[in-house]
Design a protein around this ligand. Sequence first.
Ligand SMILES: Nc1ncnc2c1ncn2[C@@H]1O[C@H](COP(=O)(O)OP(=O)(O)O)[C@@H](O)[C@H]1O
Ligand SMILES: [Mg+2]
Length: 489
Amino acid sequence: MQGQKHILVVDNDAARRHQIETVLAFVGEHFFVFAEDEIDKHLAEVPNILTVILSGNISVKLQDIIRTNPTCPFIYHDIIDKEAVKGFANIVGELSTPLNYAQLVELVHNSHQYHNNLPSKRNISGPNPLFRSLVGTSEPMQQVRFLIEQVASTAANVLILGESGTGKEVVARNIHNLSDRHKAPFVPVNCGAIPPDLLESELFGHEKGAFTGAISTRKGRFEMAEGGTLFLDEIGDMPQPMQVKLLRVLQERTFERVGGAKSLKANVRIVAATHQHLEEMIKTNHFREDLYYRLNVFPIETPALRERKEDIPLLLQELISRFSAEQGQSVRFTDKAIESLQEHPWAGNVRELSNLIERMIIMYAEQVVNVGQLPLKYRHLDVEEFQPEYPEELQEREAINELFSGFDYDDEEDELAGEEQAVVTGSTVDVLPADGLNLKEYLADLEVALINQALDKNDWVVARSAELLGMRRTTLVEKMRKYSLQKNN
Ligand SMILES: Nc1ncnc2c1ncn2[C@@H]1O[C@H](COP(=O)(O)OP(=O)(O)O)[C@@H](O)[C@H]1O
Ligand SMILES: [Mg+2]
């Protein structure tokens, strides 16, 4: 039975169920027929599901099942509300009423094709190298890749929607690279970054003398992109008058340079992108509805990073290796640090992640970053930081260095003049007594005296006293224990 694929038929109507059963048996497919309430059981238990046929009322539960099983193709038949099956990429077609064999066979074929072309299948023969810059194995990223491959080879205009930093430009470049236009240029234009009165000349070019400053004829981005792809980034920022002009080019496939009379042909594929909600902008008359429908032939949504947190480890790897290829320096993260980053809301998405990594490389080149080294807003885990306890020798040496640093022997009188210093230095010697001394004991006494003073000064608040002594709180606690220092003793 291995390799044998099954069709699941979900239908609450017994008569209609029987009809489909008869046709499937005739065509020779293996299938299971049942009512909606048994679907969970069948999805879990039937090995090798080829496709699922849904009929009648598509409930919210069934919609959820379509959505959460993106690797499984679905077919609908005789349904009441067609809106309910809109927008799912994994619906491979409609089976019309009355049932017809040819159509059923075609839909079975579509379902096989759907399985054959699943992104995960193709990865077996190695990942598509053109997708290298598009990192992520999460469900939403697989979906984005799938859509890119679907649309790349067509002539359709594409509209990429998503928050800033989610990789809209990366998607646009992938569409171009996978299309048969890949040998011609990919020309990006940021519609929001070019002053409105220059945008027309930027896109369509101008003739010499068209306006003040037009000292020579210049090609626009449409001409530069001839045969290739024009990427209109931040299309939501395009001023209304330009929207009208762009619409005309999309309809007529011709344009004129500013100040020119000659009509030029535009063989250019348009990929547009925005982080704005164009449908809202249409309602408030900030974006033209007719242009929207021209551009939105094939929408692709790039998911926010917080919706695909499982991709963060891979993205870290990719971004670190990009920086290390450019700058020759690298950084690593502990598992806890990565966990903490996965808790972050990432308002700036992959771009924010990339900026963080750049900063960490500058601060901790060739080191391992733990939660404690992340900037405060990225610390979402409470982690006991490793606090080095240095050997006593090192601590003593440090104490001695500190004690004598800045001590000016020529100016001894002045140094000792202040009252505060007199207290400290009153018991210190800078000349070895003739009969010598026990340095260790001597320093220990000095240490106790100074610690006591610091504690007295701060009402025995350890944290503040430690600060005054330039040591860690834990080190001071350790020393207080060692010398049995307590308040009122
Ligand atoms: N899936 C991804 N894999 C690897 N890098 C990505 C991905 N998405 C975005 N980036 C990187 O994040 C940065 C922002 O991407 P970009 O395409 O400019 O975002 P947007 O156009 O949506 O603001 C770029 O450096 C890009 O290379
Ligand atoms: Mg961008």
